[in-house]
Design a protein around this ligand. Structure first.
Ligand code: 13P
Length: 324
């Protein structure tokens, strides 16, 4: 059952977080729904503009609709990740999305407010909540590539003004994570001091952690053991960091890289060990199986396992916008 993203946040705030999983392929769409069904966990399924372009928005949305029909017990929201105006217009007019993200984080504060509030106005007219971003994450995701020198932590002293001027419904913040497989060097990690100050400025307001992948060293070793050459020093967010972030207002944890690393590990291993095989179904099944296992443990980590029962009896009439 598709619900409003805001409804999911109202339930989880401060207690558990919702995994927001980026999908590109049929195996990923089915894997996310099956894992959510097995775990009885609410989930946010999200598409970037690149995911929408890969096979066409019609195709990816149809796959998600089909998975929702196969797994009617799954509580989910469909979110547009890292959109700009054209993608958001198309997502809003499709009537399929539960929420959209406007990523104007590279702009000045004033321009970010202005672009975000224009999107909020349009999206709220469709009954759709908006995630905005303040601060800039480094790393590579799809067609976004931000160097470490361009990255900026979110300034806690700006968040209240940003939210009240833009009227966004949730806020992605930069607290040290980055997109991709190379998040932290040395002892770096999430800046909990900044996160705690942001929550103090915005109590009860849903915060979003981009760059939430763990980058499991087992799969990096597996990739490199079967002919890959991922850089050593790849490192993601530790489980303890994710758990510590939840009571500080992180409601949504974005995960894309972990699915890609797993895909590469499974396929490299399969074709390395079976050089004569060329059937996509064999590694495809193995990928889905391992993806389900990985997501089931993510739901456990985020505390969302078993929480779907909190939503039964709810429907889209409960879609309510925080700022209207
Ligand atoms: P990862 O690269 O850590 O998976 O983050 C994905 C993300 O933030 C999508 O918006």
């Amino acid at each position: 059952m598709k619900l409003s993203t805001q409804r999911l946040f109202d339930d989880c705030y401060g207690k558990y977080a919702i995994a927001a999983v980026n999908v590109f392929t049929m195996e990923q769409v089915l894997g996310v729904f099956e894992a959510a069904s097995v775990s009885r966990s609410p989930v946010i399924i999200q598409t970037t503009p690149v995911a929408r372009d890969y096979a066409g928005a019609t195709m990816i949305i149809a796959m998600i609709d089909a998975a929702a029909e196969i797994f009617p017990d799954v509580i989910y929201a469909l979110h547009l990740d890292h959109g700009v105006e054209a993608h958001i217009d198309s997502a809003l007019s499709s009537g399929k999305y539960s929420s959209v993200m406007i990523d104007a984080s590279h702009e000045s504060f004033e321009d970010n407010v202005q672009r975000t509030s224009a999107i909020v106005k349009k999206a709220h007219a469709h009954g759709i909540p908006v995630e905005a971003e303040l601060g800039v994450l480094s790393g590579v995701e799809d067609d976004i590539d931000v160097s470490d020198s361009q990255a900026k932590y979110t300034k806690p002293e700006e968040v209240l003004a940003f939210v009240s001027q833009s009227h966004c419904d949730s806020l992605a913040i930069a607290v040290g994570t980055s997109h991709g497989a190379y998040k932290f060097a040395g002892k770096q990690g999430i800046r909990f001091d900044i996160l705690a100050m942001i929550q103090e400025m915005l109590p009860k307001f849903p915060l979003v952690l981009h760059g939430g992948s763990a980058v499991n060293p087992y799969h990096v070793t597996r990739i490199n053991g079967f002919g890959g050459s991922m850089m050593t020093g790849s490192r993601g967010v530790k489980d303890e960091e994710i758990q510590k972030a939840i009571p500080l207002g992180i409601c949504k944890v974005n995960i894309a890289t972990d699915l890609r690393i797993l895909w590469t590990a499974v396929h490299r291993e399969h074709f390395y060990l079976n050089p004569c095989l060329f059937d996509p179904i064999v590694p495809g099944k193995q990928y889905r199986k391992e993806l389900i296992e990985m997501l089931v443990s993510k739901f456990e980590l985020l505390g969302s396992k078993g929480k779907s029962c909190n939503f039964f009896g709810q429907s889209n009439e409960h879609l309510k916008l925080r700022n209207q």
